[in-house]
Design a protein around this ligand. Structure first.
Ligand SMILES: Cc1ncc(COP(=O)(O)O)c(C=O)c1O
Length: 383
């Protein structure tokens, strides 16, 4: 047995510096723990962009039915790929299924990146992608937001001979902003063919209510991989099931690299059930749209200047890091868990997920109290 000191020395020897530099992912806080810690009756969690309506009963039923086959290895998501191909009018060769869209992202990073390549994205990009790219040990470059939107012009300007992968989330996490088809096409015209673009559409179903939100299946390019998920509008975050569309040559290489038995059988069955339950998905979309509209007007009334969101959360920029921390802690004491964005690289911002109407009202009431309590708080004011 080695001593603690010996093992920490050996980890320095064994672990590459880019892995040592990573921070362990901290999930949203657990409501039961917060309830106990602050002696509260009720705690609501609006921190992880989950579906506040839960899961479709049909998805649950299909997952339960599939459990009897737990002793068998699954078939790599083939049934789901076929169903998605049918639904979206593409060939099965253009579809991949995996353990969440992050699982597919991990395979993209493993498949396409070599040591000397460079990844390009925005500052404060979706944390899951940051971790995946940084853990590959390649150069990670970013350009600043422009008004909390992707600066696609600056991103195109930043492409270098080493750039291999560009990551864009539409709508974006954590800002909630989205870009139009014209903006993307203009950008794409400046991206060399040797550069792969991940177009992460995790919030696609929720964003489709926006008239100018573009469905990337309507503008296909050979160097673009679209990623989507069952974690949001379909309420299957814990099942770990997502999918992607791309040119068959890209899907073929991804299928070579992916773990053969991913996604799991129950996850695939749940996803197939979720696709049958369009009503549940549409109710989720309607609840989200109402919640976003309520957040936008209430936050404006409270004097917060919040970027418009097409996802299932809003981002609240505060004046500085300590205001953000103070608001986060004060909300916690009132039984509302939101998301600090320190790890994402935006320490002066908080992110709040849309909940049920009651949860949304509870959050706004708590924020109102916090605002009154912190009279001196200098939040970003409405223009
Ligand atoms: C932009 C974005 N992409 C991907 C994911 C993760 O999706 P999945 O649960 O399918 O891995 C999230 C989840 O928050 C997200 O915000």
């Amino acid at each position: 047995m080695s001593t603690h000191n010996t093992s920490s020395r050996s980890s320095e020897i064994l672990v590459p510096p880019h892995i040592l530099a990573l921070r362990t992912y901290e999930p949203g806080l657990n409501p039961d723990e917060i309830r106990r810690q602050f002696g509260l009756d009720k705690v609501i969690k609006l921190a992880s962009n989950e579906n506040p309506l839960g899961v479709s009963p049909l998805a649950l039923e299909r997952a339960q039915e599939s459990l009897v086959n737990m002793s068998r290895y699954p078939a790599g998501g083939l049934l789901l790929r076929r169903r998605l191909a049918e639904l979206f009018g593409v060939q099965v060769e253009n579809v991949i299924a995996g353990a969440g869209s992050e699982g597919i992202m991990a395979n993209i990073v493993r498949t396409f990146l070599c040591d000397d390549d460079e990844v390009l994205t925005t500052e404060g990009a979706f944390l899951g992608f940051q971790v995946l790219a940084r853990s590959r040990g390649v150069a990670y470059r970013t350009v600043p937001y422009k008004d909390w939107h992707y600066d696609l012009e600056a991103l195109a300007d930043a492409i270098s001979p080493r750039t291999k992968l560009i990551y864009l989330a539409n709508p974006n996490n954590p800002t909630g902003s989205f870009f139009t088809r014209q903006a993307f096409e203009r950008f794409h015209g400046r991206v060399p063919e040797r550069v792969l673009i991940i177009l992460d559409e995790a919030y696609y179903e929720l964003a489709m209510v926006e008239q100018s939100y573009p469905d990337s299946l309507h503008y296909r390019f050979d160097n673009v991989i679209t990623l989507r998920t069952f974690s949001k509008a379909y309420g299957l975050a814990s099942a770990r099931i997502g999918y992607g569309f791309a040119h068959e040559d890209l899907i073929t290489v991804l299928l070579k690299v992916k773990l053969p038995f991913e996604p799991s059988g129950p996850a695939e069955a749940a996803a197939l059930g979720a696709l049958e339950d369009r009503d549940f998905m549409l109710r989720s979309v309607a609840n989200n749209s109402k919640g976003l509209a309520y957040f936008a007007s209430s936050l404006r009334e409270l004097g917060f200047n919040v970027p418009p969101s097409a996802a299932n959360f809003v981002m609240i920029p505060l004046a500085n890091d300590s205001d953000a921390e103070q608001v986060f802690q004060s909300l916690l004491q009132r039984g509302v868990i939101v998301r600090p964005l320190v790890a994402t690289g935006l320490p002066a911002c908080l992110r709040v997920s849309v909940g049920t109407p009651e949860e949304n009202e509870c959050f706004i009431r708590a924020l109102q109290e916090v605002r009154q309590e912190m009279e001196s708080l200098s939040y970003a004011s409405v223009d």
